[in-house]
Design a protein around this ligand. Sequence first.
Ligand code: ADP
Ligand code: ZN
Length: 622
Amino acid sequence: MPSPTQNAKAHDTLKHYFGHDSFRPFQWEIISESLNGSDVFALLPTGGGKSLCYQLPAILNDGLTVVISPLIALMKDQVDGLEANGIHATYLNSSLNKTEAKKRYAKLFAGEYTILYVAPERLMLSGFLDDLKQWNVTRFAVDEAHCISEWGHDFRPEYRQLSNLRRLFPEKPFMALTATATDRVRKDILSQLRLKEPKTFVASFNRPNLDYRIETKQAVFQQILRYIQSKPYESGIIYCYSRKATENLADKLRQSGIEALPYHAGMTPIKRAENQEAFIRDEIKVICATIAFGMGIDKPNVHYVIHQDLPKNIEGYYQETGRAGRDGLPSDCILYFSPGDVAKQLQFIADKNNPKERDVATTQLRQMVHYSESSECRRKVLMGYFSEDWTEGNCGNCDNCRNPKSTFDGTLPAQKFMSCIFRVQQASGFSVGINHIVDVLLGSKNEKVLKWRHDRLSTYDIGQEYRRQEWQAFGRELIRNGYIDQNTENHSVLELTRKGKSALRERSPIVLTQPSVANVTKIHPRGPSTGGIECNEELFTSLRALRKELASEQGVPPYIVFSDVTLREMARDFPIGESQLSEISGVGLAKLEKYGEAFIEAIQAFLDANPEAGIEDLKPSY
Ligand code: ADP
Ligand code: ZN
């Protein structure tokens, strides 16, 4: 265990360089084990603060920390961020020209850097490993370590080279960090990297600052527009199913006065990079994207993620929503759900050739639908998916916990639904899908009903008391609860399970969720966003403008200058001296020197113009 002095030194360094007062969960444990020379495997959710886990030890130790990261596009920003905090760092990747690379090599040989970022490809270049030997390397960190695993979703063959690295540097501590790891991926990382008795830290996958909501999709553009208009200061990502949809949505948003751009893999690389850059630099507020967007994104102040269409699986949904609220401020994750999307996706799946692929896709989709329609706490379902228990009851931060769905004695509709399945099967000798069952219940005269003579069944036209969507929802709930099986290998036809048959026979009571009516006008009760930190919004706005100005002068994204958290704290506490300013979280020594004066001036100017602002906020709160 690290000594108390080591602990105090680490805290001082945290404040001095990064401006933070305390560690996030597991950061200190991870850092201290690495300082003690152990290998470490750390699984922290997005926004958990993984970078700090290798950056701080790098500062505390002499020598060079080598970070292997697949995110080439991010290296420059990361290095700019470190330099802004007064830490000497650099990167080597294919984007550098010869002269620039040479310059950096010379400085590496001269021992002038604390941190070096490299892409895994670099490890395969001849001579690179020999160079590393001469650079006084203290520790290796493998970021986004799931890429190492062929089970991870973006497996890079180059990562196989990492085992060589381990062989060449048997005595140096290794760190592997990732936000994604199922058991299988985790084991793969450990064995690929040959970590030695690694100390493993697995943080909770709960993201307490994310608010999960599912809304019925109806006039979805209006729903999205109203939401965005209720968040005038925030930026967000809207995920869409298709490339075309991203472009349409971005166009329509722009026509409604919202700065939005599309992003998808069909655009030219230049256009794509431009749009991403505009988003990162706060030049636009909204990016409408396919799932191609996000891997190389490190924007901490994304404060909402909207899914306009149903994601294909929970893992993807968790990752995508996870891009909201990295800075810890409250953020919304809204999914617009419609049964029509489910049908559309089932159709896509049915068109796949490979039966195994079809199976996997169907199971994943079913889990996603279950999550969307469940009346349980969203956190509980999500975390359960990652084998983590949620034991705290009402989370207070998802739609189902805020407004528990009401249930009713649904025995009668359940009986009608199930006996309709039974009668169809009995009369025709084959099973049918959910829509056909609903057609029969509602007395439809469509072609199939008539052709198969299902208008003669005793269950024909016995369901007028509910609407089509309501019957469909009951059907899906009965599937979720194991009364009915939806046979994915056979056109998703419905069959009664043993549980269903016995419930039908014995007329067992069945509780169903009260059908919900789409509520297009609903806006989140939290009202206009204060970003979780109550502050003077006018000052916040002008500080953001100042931040953007400084950032573009230096050619860096605004968040490299200061985070939203930092600006909000300034607009709450009105620091007008250097020592007051250094109390604000995120203000380290280097940034104090570089930006302190400009921000103090801006705050002072604001106070001069609004003398009552500071006084009101200084009132003690009893
Ligand atoms: P991850 O890579 O795990 O998603 P990052 O390393 O990008 O997370 O950190 C996310 C955000 O949290 C960054 O804005 C970072 O400055 C901030 N952060 C990290 N550690 C701390 C801390 N101890 N206190 C306050 N903010 C922190
Ligand atoms: Zn909840």
